[in-house]
Design a protein around this ligand. Sequence first.
Ligand SMILES: Cc1cc2nc3c(=O)[nH]c(=O)nc-3n(C[C@H](O)[C@H](O)[C@H](O)COP(=O)(O)OP(=O)(O)OC[C@H]3O[C@@H](n4cnc5c(N)ncnc54)[C@H](O)[C@@H]3O)c2cc1C
Length: 320
Amino acid sequence: MNRTRSFAAYNKNADIRVLSSSGGIFYVLARRTILEKGVVFGAAFDHEGKVRHQACETTEELPIIMQSKYVQSAMHDTYRQVLMALKNNRKVLFCGTPCQVGGLISYLNLFLNGENWRERLVTIDFICHGVPSPLVWKRYLKEISGDRKATTINFRDKTNGWRDFSLKINFNDGTQYLESQKKDPYMRGFLENLYLRESCHECRFRGIERESDFTIADFWGVHEFLPDFFDDKGTSIVMTHNDRAVQLLNEVSDSLVICEIDSSIVEKTNSPIVRSVSMNARRDEFMKNMSTKNISETLKEYTSISFINRVKRRINKIIH
Ligand SMILES: Cc1cc2nc3c(=O)[nH]c(=O)nc-3n(C[C@H](O)[C@H](O)[C@H](O)COP(=O)(O)OP(=O)(O)OC[C@H]3O[C@@H](n4cnc5c(N)ncnc54)[C@H](O)[C@@H]3O)c2cc1C
């Protein structure tokens, strides 16, 4: 029997929802762990705009590890930190890509086999399109920043709504970069699979049933399947993979607007849950060329923005 259950949900707290990339589910589960004196691990930007996993022990710190960062997050010694926290009898919540959660569980099994550590650990993964190469992000951020320094970065700013999210970067001189995912060259390259890790195209961590306790995602089809849950501020899918996760979700459900849905809806509206995305046919060519050229221009050249422009230019030439 299928033990995975799926829910549509969003956080009742409007401020948390604005701050979160989707419906703010990660925050409620993380807050619960912190209130129980536990430690929460998630992905954060460092002072250079690189992404790495980091621990948080207070609710005030949580915004650092909230929000989707469309870059591979470096683990450094995170697995060891999780191990030490569990050995010290602390509760731990770890959120990461499905492969990062899989890696963590394998690692802990090596060192903690036989102990009752699973009861103290909660794992959350998300439906993962794939992770972009950190080198592409490093070069793009450097180029966009110029002489300025990025102070905050949000890949999922909701100024123009949850569905048409934007990349927003604030700089130390008070200036700001804000561009829709439909136009920003980096986001276009990500969504067109131009520079995901090669392994993401044959990911073996996909599937409905998972080793993690929870899977979270965007409920992109919500306006069709559950119009009452759609207000363009962010609605999530939450999947529970075992009885303990159902119990935990029950315990935080007062903070959520939530309703159970059929898991087949998740597969219909969010195919990366079961299928790896196809590699862009020009990926290898792009990866070779991007190191020698201006990255924004190269990205534009290789994504559909330029394709549409090229077609328009050709049509203009024929007409005039
Ligand atoms: C690389 C990537 C690919 C994604 N692909 C899909 C997809 O195909 N379909 C879909 O519906 N949603 C996708 N998501 C978005 C994911 O669904 C949302 O992060 C999640 O729904 C946000 O929920 P929230 O509002 O509850 O949490 P938020 O508060 O926004 O928290 C997001 C959580 O994800 C963690 N996280 C953020 N970036 C990374 C990273 N680079 N590596 C590891 N952990 C990270 C954070 O630490 C935090 O715990 C993707 C996110 C990322 C980072």
